[in-house]
Design a protein around this ligand. Structure first.
Ligand code: ADP
Length: 163
């Protein structure tokens, strides 16, 4: 059985992330979505537990998709779930620079680990978690950018009947 790990902060999960999970699952028997603790990352709004719960609700019923939290070195976690590869998405050149730097480093740490890049679907190239939170905070409609379980949490956190 082939497994790919899709790691991220998912603060919160968006339809762009969901698209990558679906496409990853078409290529691999099992997709493990890894929710990073992200202690060091500034601007993270939802707790690791909330981010994991939103993902879990969003992938419910998707065969071969699991959601797990992790803390620590990415390649160690990838190995521990039996993943042969790590999945990352590329939206723009700005992603490319950071993502290739990470990929080179992770390959140094474990030279058998492959890094898979999938280009974002053109419908979601501009969708990112920070923008979603900002729009929700200002009372804008984000319903076409996030899965339904996230919409509920955003409403609870930021209020507003228009979102
Ligand atoms: P991280 O903090 O690890 O970058 P993110 O949750 O921001 O966590 O992103 C996780 C992965 O998903 C990254 O590889 C990112 O490029 C990718 N990604 C984020 N948004 C999208 C999107 N709209 N379409 C495709 N890939 C995306």
């Amino acid at each position: 059985m082939s497994t790919i790990l899709y790691p991220g902060t998912f603060d919160p999960v968006t339809n762009g992330h969901m698209d990558l999970i679906v496409r990853g699952r078409r290529l691999f028997d099992r997709v493990v979505v890894g929710v990073a603790a992200a202690h060091h990352k500034s601007g993270v709004f939802f707790s690791a537990e909330e981010r994991r719960a939103m993902l879990e609700e969003s992938v419910r019923g998707m065969d071969g998709v699991e959601v797990l939290s992790f803390d620590g070195l990415l390649v160690d976690f990838a190995r521990s779930v039996g993943a042969k590869a790590i999945l990352r998405g590329l939206r723009a050149m700005s992603d490319y620079e950071f993502e290739t730097q990470m990929a080179f480093m992770n390959r140094r740490l474990d030279e058998e680990m492959e890094i898979f890049f999938l280009p974002a679907d053109e419908r979601y190239t501009f969708v990112n978690s920070s923008l979603i939170k900002e729009i929700a905070r200002l009372g804008g409609d984000v319903s076409s950018f996030v899965p339904a379980p996230v919409l509920g949490r955003l409403r609870k956190s930021f209020g507003g009947s228009r979102s």
